[in-house]
Design a binder for this molecule. Sequence first.
Ligand SMILES: Cc1ncc(COP(=O)(O)O)c(C=O)c1O
Length: 403
Amino acid sequence: MAWDQTRLLAVATLSTALVLGSLWYNDVVTVEIKWPVRGKKGISKMKTGFVAPKGIEQLIGNTPMVRINSLSDATGCEIYGKMEVQNPGGSAKDRVALAIIENAEAQNLITPHSGDMIFEGTSGSTGISLAMLCRAKGYIAHIVVPDDTSQEKVDLLENLGAVVHKVRPAGIADPKQYVNYAKAAAMEINNNPENKHRALFADQFENEANWKTHYDHTGPEIYSQISEVLPKGKTLDAFITGAGTGGTISGVSKYLKERLPHVKVVISDPPGSGFYNKVKYGVMFDLKEKEGTRRRHQVDTVVEGIGLNRITRNFSAGSDYIDDAIRVKDEESVKMAKYLVDNDGLFVGSSSAVNCVATYKYAKQLGPGHTIVTILCDSGSRHLSKFWKLAKESASIKDLSQL
Ligand SMILES: Cc1ncc(COP(=O)(O)O)c(C=O)c1O
């Protein structure tokens, strides 16, 4: 008996020591919660509000907005970036591609899973978004690109199931230019009575489904998100972004200005693009366009996705809402891209870096206490071989006055 009591005491002491020791060692006590929990009214179920999106297209839009801390702290303004990069295809072009397809379906121009095709001339984000959505919605994407488009982009499009057509680089007046080629190829299919399948030319520059989707979705999202974060008595002061087709700036500006007429809309423009002069002086002309000085690319810059030398229907739809323009040099956008990684961990593409330079400059002009929204269009990972090659090699800057 005495021996049993001693043994029991020894076991109890040892167990207590082990438990206390393990608590001290781990410093954390894990409490296991059994699920479901039985409450007074029976078993309660957790309400998360989660509804599984039905297909990838339902993941498009409703992107978050982030405070860009480094730019806000450096200027005394509240600067927010609309994270279009978080769309499933990695850019705002998912919205545009979806709108173009749904618009065409509503007009009975194309039918899913029938062998119908969608043609577009693009080496950029729209091709990726169209290729992705064509697979999801049952179409065949035909993407026409200049034959010097990087193999990286061609591979991406092909892996997304697109048929890629390569054509010789040419000016927009040339019928064999890649956008014109895509249009002609779609028309040829539709004009052939023997062809069972139909072809849609997506036409992102002129198709007004583009700016309308930004008016219907991106604009309202920005308006409601900024209303949530602004302190009482404060308002949105400016919206700043670049233009490729012009769809984003037109749709968002129209929506915002109809509700907040005081908001300043500013276009950020890379070198070689005509938008800056068009907004500032009413003339669509850049010095780099001068006879004999133009290089191979349509807009002479390392920046991809924004800048143009012609007025598109999507730009015209909102050009009256644009108040000002800021020209951004390539070296400024390269330094900004690096600065955003160094200070915010934001790895953005070239057009987003241009937007952030213009936003910083405009915030300095406005002075502290103002609120600005810009667009973070796509990720740096889409720009590794060109823009980010330069950014990687460039020295980091300590503060933004070194831009
Ligand atoms: C990466 C990127 N950023 C910005 C834009 C400009 O958007 P929008 O065409 O609405 O003017 C584009 C357009 O192609 C783009 O590809």
